[in-house]
Design a binder for this molecule. Sequence first.
Ligand code: ADP
Ligand code: MG
Length: 234
Amino acid sequence: AQEQLLRSERMAAVGELVASVAHEMRGPLSSIRLNLQIMGRALREDAVLHEHYEIAFDQVMQMERMFSDLLNYSKPLELQKKDIPLETLIDRCLRELEGELSVRSIGVERSIEPDLPPIIGDPDKIEQVLINVLKNALEASRSNGKIRVSATMGEGPSGAGVTIAVTDHGAGISRRNLKTIFQPFFTTKKKGTGLGLAIVKKIMDAHRGKISVESEEGKGTTVRLSLPGVGGAQ
Ligand code: ADP
Ligand code: MG
């Protein structure tokens, strides 16, 4: 137990270090990106140089994604719990992803059971959970695909709650990968950080919520998020 305590203290210290490095890097990185963009405009006439600019720009974007996910993953969670109406939550997430959804012509079908109780949680954090899950669904989907988001009454061991399910008809997850998708840095994507679901897990655990993933290769994936609602155990 002593050893475990030491280990978790050390992990906390590492987490803090990572968070502060990620935080410190964000300013310089965004400055690099802005200046690159200005140079890129001046290089438009030169196809070869412009290609180098595009490579550099892509890499900077990838680093920004990495640092922002690292920061989210490693900074300590402080929950500010409130009642969150589901419609508002789902709509805000979909609005945030509107651009990416429309670029790839992916439609979202929303179905929210009437008279659902609000869920209890930190609105920003829960929004991040849903965005990360929706992003994965969107990235797995073919263009012109459909994503379904549904919210239903759930009855968990801790009492009344709400289950949000996100279904896509994308590539699916192999049985083997299904075991590792929540591990930090596990990714099968060229531009992935592998931190999306690790963040989801961390936030859901802090809310005492549950996640389950059902997937069939070639058919698609359903992610279910269950959260305590008003009236459930808190
Ligand atoms: P990232 O999206 O950066 O790869 P995540 O933690 O969000 O990291 O996801 C980890 C991996 O889980 C993905 O790389 C992908 O292989 C798999 N995955 C997650 N959601 C889906 C989904 N809806 N469809 C197919 N694969 C998925
Ligand atoms: Mg992801």
